[in-house]
Design a protein around this ligand. Structure first.
Ligand code: 13P
Length: 255
């Protein structure tokens, strides 16, 4: 059984003080929910304070990115070993990183290997843009991204990681994908690609989230789809009420 996972990607939002305030406002409610895993992904500089505020709870912490090298002359970057101990998850290949910072499938793959080496679980983000969606290229695009990202990873590693299907046209637009359509991409294209690359058991083990204008009002419709294992949430994760409600709604539907 795949445990649903709701992760808040705070992107470039919240000062350290605001980040701590947000997790303090959510931690008791989130920690009381057994059947859903909750994760918060603050900025790098807020990670230590957020990790401190969540110590002793079941709420996991994730980074939004990292570099693959162990250390060295990479101005502005953060190494995997610097994150180990501060967080359990790391988002890799978010479309905003692909769009604004030149992230490639090859880079995501190097980062995934580096994450496992340091005991971090990757949340690998994939998804098509509007033009690709309208051209009917969605399945091909996500299959290519998944195949590139997973190169050389073991069955056990793939079974333990998380994939987030985030159609770019749905991110921050208020235009969420239709749940049945997202479930088809997740179940057929993404899980199908994992089954072809590995085997059916691995494909059935990997957790695949939906992301893109997911919120407290629509999360239950996504979670009603058995192939969707949770959500990667941007805007709606920045307020305690809406994020807690999303985790509660997921527990109601799937708990
Ligand atoms: P929104 O929930 O704001 O659309 O962002 C989704 C996202 O990109 C999460 O990584």
């Amino acid at each position: 059984m795949r445990k649903p996972i709701i992760a808040g990607n705070w992107k470039m939002n919240k000062t350290i003080a605001e980040a701590v305030e947000l997790v303090r406002a959510m931690r008791r409610d989130l920690n009381a929910i057994e059947s859903v895993e909750s994760v918060v992904c603050p900025t790098f500089i807020a990670l230590p304070a957020v990790a401190d505020a969540l110590a002793g709870t079941k709420i996991a912490v994730g980074a939004q990115n990292m570099f693959w090298a162990e250390q060295g002359a990479y101005t502005g970057e953060i190494a995997p070993g610097m994150l180990a101990g501060l967080c359990q998850y790391v988002i890799l290949g978010h479309s905003e990183r692909r769009q604004f910072f030149g992230e490639t499938d090859e880079g995501v793959n190097k980062k995934a290997h580096a994450a496992f080496k340091h005991g971090l679980v990757p949340i690998i983000a994939v998804g098509e843009n509007l033009a690709q969606n309208q051209a009917g290229e969605t399945d091909q695009v996500v299959r290519t991204q998944v195949t590139g990202a997973l190169q050389g990873l073991s069955r056990e590693q793939v079974a333990s990681l998380v994939i987030a299907y985030e159609p770019i046209w749905a991110i921050g637009t208020g235009l969420n994908a239709e749940p049945a359509g997202a479930a088809r991409v997740i179940g057929v294209a993404i899980r199908g690609a994992v089954a072809e690359l590995y085997d059916e058991a691995t494909a059935q083990a990997v957790r695949i989230q939906y992301g893109g204008s997911a919120n407290a009002a629509n999360i239950a419709d996504f979670m009603a789809m058995p192939d969707i294992d949770g959500a990667l949430v941007g805007g709606a994760s920045l307020k305690a009420d809406s994020f807690v409600e999303m985790v509660k709604a997921t527990a109601r539907v799937r708990g």
